[in-house]
Design a protein around this ligand. Sequence first.
Ligand SMILES: C[S@@+](CC[C@H](N)C(=O)[O-])C[C@H]1O[C@@H](n2cnc3c(N)ncnc32)[C@H](O)[C@@H]1O
Length: 420
Amino acid sequence: MAEVSAQVAVGPEQPKTYDGPPDYRVVGRHGVFPEVSHDEIARFNFLAHMNRHLATNVMPGIKDAFDARVEPAFRRKKERGFRDRHEVRKALLKDPMFQWWSALRRSTMEQRQQAGRWVTLRQADALNARVAALTDGDPRLKLDPTLELPRYVDAVDHHCMPGSYHTELTPGDATGAANYDIGLFATTGGMLGRFNDGGGIAVARWVKRNFPDFRPARILDIGCGLGHNVLPIAEAYPDAEVIAVDVGAPMLRYGLARARTMGVDNVTFVQGDVSKLAEFEDEGFDWIQSTMFLHETSYKSMQAIFRETRRLLRPGGIVLHVEQPQYTDEMPLFEQAMRDWDAFYNNEPFWTKMHEIDLDEFMEKAGFEKTSMIHGGVAAVVDPAVFPEAAKDQSQEDYGRKAAWHVIGARKGDGREAAA
Ligand SMILES: C[S@@+](CC[C@H](N)C(=O)[O-])C[C@H]1O[C@@H](n2cnc3c(N)ncnc32)[C@H](O)[C@@H]1O
C-alpha cells in the first residue's frame, strides 16, 4: 500500500519529486479477477513504476533535447520552422533522447502485455469456467457468432495486445479481456482507480451535475469493452436499462461475469458493430455514451457511428463522447507530436486522424444542430485514501495517458435539425 515518494535528480538543475504509483495490491478484486501471484504482482509494480518514471522523469528531457538540438537543427537545415506535427515527429526520431524514451515505452507496453497474458493463460481453463458459470443462459449476454468484424478492428493488435479485444483462443474464451483488465492499472500507474472505472464515475457525476433533471430510462454504451466505465453509469442510474455494445465476445462475457460479481444487474452486454445497429429501433435511447472509444475507430466508421447515434437517440436525448483532447492550433506542435506517439509506435493507428478532425463538424454532418453541441471536461474520480496524488493533482501530463478527458456531445433536437 506504500506510496513511494523520493527525491530524484533530473539533470543538475532540476530536482524533482517522484510520486510513484500505488502498489498493485490495492487493485480491486471482483469475482472473476484472475489470481495474481507474488512475482506477477512484482512484475506489474515494476511496469507501473517504469511507466511513471518515463512520464515524470525521462519525458521532460525530450523537451529539453527538442529545444536545444532538434528544433535548431531543423531550422538550420530547412531555413524555416516546423509546419506540422509529422515534421516534428520525424525530426525527433533522429534524436537519441527520443529514441531512448520511445524504445523503453514500447518495450514496457510489450512486457505489460506478456505479463498479463501469462497470468491469464496459465489459469485459462479455470477462468473461462468461472465466466461460463456466471453467464451461460443469462439473457443479459447476447453474442452473435455471425457478426462480421470490421476490417479496421481485426487488422490491428491494439496497443500491442495480442489478438486485440476480439480473439478467442478457445470457444468461450475470456482470457483476452482478463488480460486487459489486470494490466490497465500498470499501464496507467493506477490513475483510473482500483476498478479502472474513474472515468465512468466522473461521467456519471458530470451528467448529474449538468443535467440534474435528466432521468434516462434507456442508456446505450458504445464500444463498452469489458464495461469498466459503464458500470458506474449503471449504478448511478439503477432504474435505467443499460445496453453495452462491443464487437469483442471475450470482453462481453467477462464484462457480464464481472458485473454480476460486483452486484450491478441492469446492464445487458450485446455483441454488435456500433456503426450499424440495425437490431435497435429508431429513437430508443435517452443517452448514448462512448468512453475512450472514438480513437480506436476508423475515420470512415466514425462517420457511420455518429449517424447511428443520432438515429438511435430520442428527441431530447443526449450523446456524449469522452476522449483525450483534440489537437488544436493552440496546442504546440511538439505536444501534438508527442501525443501522436501511440499512433505510430503503440498500434493505435486511428489515434492521429481522430484527434485532428473537427468533432463538432462531424456531429453536424451526422445531423445534430450546431446549437445543441455539448462541451465539457472530466477527470478520473478515484479513492483519495488510495490515490492521494491523483485526487489532489491531475496536472501530470503524459501526452495522451492523462486521466482527464474532454466531453463532446449533443442534445438531439425535435427533428427539425439538418438532415443527415
Ligand atoms: C479502448 S476500448 C474502450 C473500452 C470502454 N469504453 C471503457 O471505457 O473501458 C475500445 C473498445 O471498442 C470496441 N470497438 C471498436 N470498434 C467497434 C465497433 N465498430 N463496434 C463495437 N465495438 C467496437 C473494441 O472491441 C474495444 O473493446
